[in-house]
Each structure stands twice: as C-alpha cells, then as structure tokens.
Design a protein around this ligand. Structure first.
Ligand code: ASP
Length: 456
C-alpha cells in the first residue's frame, strides 16, 4: 500500500491508509491508547489498544489503519488533521528511540542552547525549527526564481582562495602541495564577482557562503554565514537599490506574509541617520512591538574611510573596492576623511541586513585608495595585482549588494539569534553543532602540510 502523509489523511475518511513517522506523544486511557504520529507534514491522532501499548515517544513506526471522522465534540481545531483519527490496526516498529535529552514539542528557547546544538538533529524535530528551515528553503527558491526572471545567472566561486580584505580576520587553510603557503576562505565573493563583470556576465548572483573569523555576537554569526551576493554591470546605484527593494517587498509579502512599512524604502544619508537617529541602522517602525511589520530603509552617502585608531591609519568604511563620489576624488590626497562614497546599506527594523556599493573601475584610482589605506606599491601588487590587471582589459561600470540570508530571516521572523534560522550553527564559543570541531588532527596530517601544533 502506498504511504499516506498524515496531512492528507482527512481526505481518506473510511479508507485504509499506511502512515510512517515518529511517535510524538502517547496517552493511555485504560484499554484505549492514543498516539500522536508525526511526519514531515504534521501530526495525526492514532487510536488503538494493546498494539500501541509498547510504543515509546520518538520511536519510528509504520502504522496501517482506517481513517475515521471524529465525533463533533472530539474535533481538535488546533491541528489541520483534527477532524479525523486513525484506527490503528497494524503497527510495525522500524526503530526504537532512547529517551530524548529534551522535549521536542515545545518552542525550545527554554532549553540550554549548547545541549540543543549537541543534539541538533533532535532539536530540528521541533515544529518551530523545522518550520524555520522550510521557510528558509522557500525564501532561497523564491530569490532564485525572481533573479532568474530578470536574467541573472548564478555562478559559484571558489571557497579555497586568497585572503580578501572585508574588514575581518581570515580563516586560513594550509597547502600540502606548496608547503608553507596558505589558502584563505573568502570573507565574501567580492573580487570574483567583480572579475565576472570583467568577463561580461553583467548580472550575477550567488547564494554564497562567507567565512569571517570574528568574535561571536548574537546578530553576527561566528565562522560562516550565507548571503545573497549580487552584482550588476551598467547599473547606477539607484537601479541596484530598486532591484533590491522590489525583491524584498515581494519576499516580505509573498514568502513571509508580512507588511512593509514604507515603499519605496526611504533613502537616508549617513549624516541624516546619525543626526536624527544617532545610528546608521535606524529602526523606522512606528511601534517596536509590531511583529508583523518590516520597516526597511537604505542608508547612503557614507564616508569613504574611517580612522582605524588601533593601527593608526585610514580604513575603508565598507571595503576598498567602493567608489568615492566623483566630486570627492580631489579630497583623497589631503583630507580622505571628508570623502563620501557610493556605499549603500539595507537596514531592517534597526539591523543592517545588507551592504554594497558602486565599485571603483579605474586601476589608478583603486591603487590610490589602497595607498591611502597604508599599503605600499609592492603590497598592492602582491595582494590585488590580479584585479588591477583585469581592469586593464575593458571593465564595465558595476556595483552590487549582498543581503545576509541568516541575518534577514532572524530579523524578519523576530528570532532572538541567528542560530534559530541555521540548520547546524556553531555555539557562541565557536564549537560546531553535533560534530564538535575544532578538534585535534592526526600529527601525520600536520606533517603533510608542514605544520606542528603549538606545544608539540
Ligand atoms: N562583499 C560585500 C560584503 O560582503 C558586499 C558587496 O559590496 O556587495 O559586505
């Protein structure tokens, strides 16, 4: 007999069905035993006698039985299958379950987080978490369809690559073939997407994994995160903003069923944001308790540089590929702190959920920016020579943006942490879920890459 999903059981009243799933709960009422059976589509009540008696919560079972309409007063309006129950006839235990370390039929926020992550495969059984991941899937599918319709092409870029300057520490990977040399994991596909513009793709995107060795914070994932990385050639800043706001309006309304507060999204200059709201991530909601309202805005006209006190030098406010406003180029020589840029940040309910810019395409100007940041000519050639060389071969004007997928979902769903929207996130202490990395490696593996662990 074909398997029926529990959600479809109400369509089969009077028929025999075969259901598979997990025992969510068991209630004994004398001779009658009730089971809530859970599969990927939801839960349904099974009623039976002794046969159900031996089942324990979270056992994996196959149950054959007849779908019966419940008497009116027994209907459970809280679940979609609440009008029926299954009269269990045959029960097959496919796998036994030990007692779980925590309940999975609650929201889960009350459970110790390290324990949740240690047993993440159980934590993901809770309907709230499963729902978040299914919604994440819908979001990504929606983005892909949307951009595909606009002639964007998704291109994967390397994960083993060269250090990229996006303001964080790099993760590095030793090379076995070239002992003493290292790859770096990309902080973003920034330089690759710019090279793809030189290559002539014009409209690129990628659901990209980025790696940054930053100190953990609730709204910033330690280690890795996912962003919608996109880049367009021959597009003015306003076109990039328009594409982004139309995409996010549709996401909000069609994927998340949430309301947008203002559309088009307000464009606020950095200076105005700081003067009026005291932050460059203003929360424009009229009432902060309004959970279904998404107040987006763009912050623009950022300073090009910020002074990095610890290193006594200018650093790019966004990243060094961000174009200065044309009229401010003369300031680079003497007063770089006064120059403004074509950076744009996407802000949602008081969180920065994306950033981007129009890029520099003049190799001379790009070199100048690196110089202001304190790089010597030799360092520039060694670190960025590839990009400057590419720009000598016909580079189109281009720009882009990269909204964070995890960050956007966390804010839009009012979740307290990024970990609530990621399948296997790290703990706050940088330990991976379930697998417990970082961990020691075999000394032989180290030897092969020409390394020794400190202290050994
Ligand atoms: N690469 C930038 C980032 O990850 C985004 C961009 O400029 O498009 O923040």
């Amino acid at each position: 007999m074909e398997r029926t999903l529990v959600l479809n059981s109400p369509e089969k009243i009077g028929q025999k069905v075969r259901l598979c799933g997990w025992v969510a709960t068991r209630r004994d009422h004398g001779k009658l035993v009730f089971i809530d059976l859970r599969d990927r589509s939801g839960i349904v009540q099974i009623v039976g006698g002794e046969k159900l008696g031996g089942l324990r919560p979270e056992d994996v079972v196959e149950i054959t039985g007849t779908v019966r309409e419940r008497p009116e007063k027994m209907v459970n309006p809280k679940i979609p299958t609440g009008k029926v129950e299954i009269e269990g006839e045959e029960v097959k235990i496919l796998a036994r379950a030990k007692e779980l370390p925590f309940p999975v039929d609650t929201g889960g926020l009350d459970v110790n987080e390290e324990l949740r992550l240690k047993y993440r495969y159980l934590d993901l059984r809770r309907p709230r978490m499963a729902g978040n991941l299914r919604l994440r899937h819908k979001l990504i599918r929606f983005i892909r369809d949307y951009l595909d319709n606009q002639d964007f092409v998704e291109i994967e870029t390397p994960v083993l690559t060269k250090a990229t300057p996006e303001g964080a520490r790099d993760f590095i990977v030793p090379s076995r073939f070239r002992s003493g040399k290292f790859y770096a994991l990309p902080q973003s596909p920034q330089q690759y997407k710019q090279l793809l513009m030189v290559a002539g793709f014009e409209k690129y995107y990628q659901i990209a994994r980025c790696f940054r060795d930053e100190d953990p914070r609730a709204d910033r994932a330690y280690g890795e995160f996912t962003q919608l990385d996109l880049e367009m050639s021959f597009a003015a800043q306003e076109e990039i903003l328009a594409l982004t706001e139309n995409l996010f309006k549709d996401i909000a309304e069609k994927v998340l069923q949430k309301k947008i507060w203002q559309f088009p999204f307000p464009r606020i200059s950095y200076q105005e944001a700081m003067e009026k709201y005291g932050t460059d991530k203003p929360d424009l909601r009229p009432n902060k308790k309004d959970v279904d309202l998404l107040a987006f805005c763009f912050v623009i006209d950022f300073p090009l540089f910020e002074w990095k006190k610890s290193e006594n030098r200018w650093d790019a406010m966004h990243h060094p590929f961000t174009a200065p406003k044309e009229e401010d180029i003369p300031l680079l020589e003497k007063e770089p702190g006064k120059a403004h840029s074509y950076q744009h940040d996407l802000v949602l309910n008081g969180f920065e959920v994306g950033g981007g810019s129009i890029r520099i395409t003049d190799p001379k100007l790009q070199e100048k920016i690196f110089e202001v940041m304190g790089h010597t000519k030799g360092q520039i050639k060694q670190k960025f020579g590839h990009l400057l060389a590419a720009f000598e071969y016909g580079v189109p004007p281009h720009g882009g943006i990269a909204p964070g997928i995890d960050r956007f979902l966390m804010v839009a769903l009012n979740e307290p942490s990024l970990r609530e929207v990621i399948a296997f996130p790290m703990t706050a202490g940088g330990q991976t879920a379930v697998m417990d990395a970082p961990s020691e490696v075999d000394p032989l593996q180290l030897k092969e890459v020409g390394l020794r662990a400190a202290g050994s």
